[in-house]
Design a protein around this ligand. Structure first.
Ligand SMILES: [Zn+2]
Length: 89
């Protein structure tokens, strides 16, 4: 479904979007704990792999690679999709 080998080239971590998350949520989110909705893995946001394929920002689960968060339209109004998360906080 995705080309894992090419995605690896774009891998950052949650710290890379710390400023964006503060802008969106109004608080420091890199230390928040994200629970994967697919496999139940629990990680700090700062530890999650972040990809910037060009259309937006994709945050994946480090354990199962499921998409946890998607941020699109970063330049003006940012649309946030947290559908892959069981919980965040
Ligand atoms: Zn997972």
């Amino acid at each position: 479904m995705t080309e894992a080998s090419s995605l690896d080239d774009y891998a950052l971590d949650g710290n890379a979007i710390g400023g964006l998350l503060i802008a969106l949520f109004g608080t420091e989110m890199t230390t928040a704990v994200a629970t994967c909705g697919s496999c139940g893995a629990v990680r700090q946001v700062a530890e999650l792999p972040v990809y910037m394929p060009g259309l937006g920002i994709v945050v994946r689960c480090r354990s199962c690679q499921s998409v946890l968060m998607v941020f699109t339209g970063v330049r003006q109004v940012t649309c946030v999709d947290l559908m892959g998360l069981a919980s965040l906080g």
